[in-house]
Design a protein around this ligand. Structure first.
Ligand SMILES: Nc1ncnc2c1ncn2[C@@H]1O[C@H](COP(=O)(O)OP(=O)(O)OP(=O)(O)O)[C@@H](O)[C@H]1O
Ligand code: SF4
Ligand SMILES: [Mg+2]
Length: 333
């Protein structure tokens, strides 16, 4: 276990909303978590839970309007990024915090060749000359499994397939050796072999340079394989968090239990995979009680009127459920 001083990233009571014709959509609703240097933290939850909005908030890239950070702080070291200037954020994004976006096409510049875009990033970060930067670009493109890297650097984004563009993005993010890498579903669109290769590269980078990684994924198998800790989000809130082994051996929130049950078990022939009944509610639509109550097999009277807090399961393992709270009360009287 690493002995950590203060976290590299500390998200404190963050709230991010979108203001639309239909009113305020509280996509991220008071979340608190941290990531230490060298840690790989997984963020999981179904579609619409607020994972991407969390990462875009950290990067200072929430489209505004309609979006806005309406509360809380995002500390990167001692600096509150919610108060940083656009210039400072651009600086950080070029040097210390890199992101692999869920939609890669939007983040490559269509008018520059792949080589030129990578050169710029590498030169800015490493201060190397053109020739060395280009060589490094080609090496990293090969590392992410892209064929014909020497020719690829002369091509434009539109000449590449979606999967290839995604790998270019991953290569660019890793070439910078950032302090913090935010990877939003980085491998979902890629085939399994490439996926495994990229995850291994991310893990290598993490071990070699102590890059902290915030890994957003639907895939709990990936979490089990590469993450140290996991944060489970539901409807804009953190509902459970803890060390990966604690979450997997002792999931304490009914939502986490449901997610784990929906993972295919390769050792068993399952006729039909379990899926949590119902859908993720629209942000802000559940005004009272636990937001998971309409889908929860364990819901009882209190759940529809009161909103549960994050309670300690054990140590840093916490879950937002009355059952955890009441179990504790019973144990300690
Ligand atoms: N530009 C926007 N305008 C209005 N609402 C938005 C906007 N972007 C996101 N939202 C809302 O914020 C909520 C959280 O979205 P977010 O993209 O963070 O989900 P996610 O957890 O990343 O889901 P997925 O797994 O599908 O990527 C959603 O309900 C979405 O409708
Ligand atoms: S608080 Fe109630 S509804 Fe919410 S997860 Fe726990 S048991 Fe289910
Ligand atoms: Mg997303």
């Amino acid at each position: 276990m690493l002995n950590h001083p203060s976290p590299l990233l500390r998200v404190q009571s963050l709230k991010t909303s979108f203001f639309t014709d239909r009113g305020e959509i509280p996509a991220v609703d008071d979340i608190t978590f941290h990531i230490h240097e060298g840690e790989i933290v997984g963020i999981v939850g179904e579609s619409g839970c607020g994972k991407s909005v969390t990462s875009l908030s950290i990067m200072g890239l929430i489209p505004s309007p309609p979006g806005k950070i309406t509360g809380g702080e995002i500390f990167y070291g001692d600096e509150d990024l919610t108060k940083a200037s656009e210039k400072r954020m651009r600086d950080l994004r070029g040097n210390e915090i890199a992101m692999i976006f869920q939609e890669p096409m939007t983040s490559l510049n269509p008018v520059f060749t792949i080589g030129n875009q990578m050169l710029e990033t590498i030169r800015l970060h490493k201060g190397w000359n053109k020739k060395d930067s280009l060589e490094h670009a080609i090496t990293v493109l090969k590392l992410v499994g892209l064929p014909r890297a020497e020719e690829l650097v002369k091509e434009y984004p539109h000449q590449l397939s979606g999967g290839m563009r995604q790998r270019v993005m991953i290569a660019m993010a890793m070439a910078c050796e950032p302090k913090l890498l935010i990877a939003d579903e980085p491998t979902t669109a890629l085939d399994v072999t490439i996926q495994a290769q990229i995850l291994k590269l991310m893990k290598d980078l993490n071990e070699r340079t102590k890059t902290a990684i915030m890994l957003i994924t639907h895939d709990l198998g990936v979490v089990a394989e590469v993450c140290d800790r996991v944060i489970v989000m539901y409807s804009g809130k953190v509902v459970e968090q803890g060390a990966v082994e604690d979450i997997f051996t002792n999931p304490s929130h009914p939502y986490t239990k449901g997610l784990l049950q929906s993972v295919p078990d390769i050792r068993q022939q399952q006729e039909k995979l379990y899926s949590i009944p119902g859908n993720v509610p629209k942000p802000g639509s559940i005004k009272e009680g636990c937001r998971f109550a309409p889908r929860c097999y364990a819901a009882f009277d209190r759940c529809s009127v009161e909103h549960p807090n994050l309670s300690e399961v054990q140590g840093d393992h916490r879950a937002r459920c009355f059952l955890v709270e009441e179990e504790k009360e019973e144990a300690y009287g």
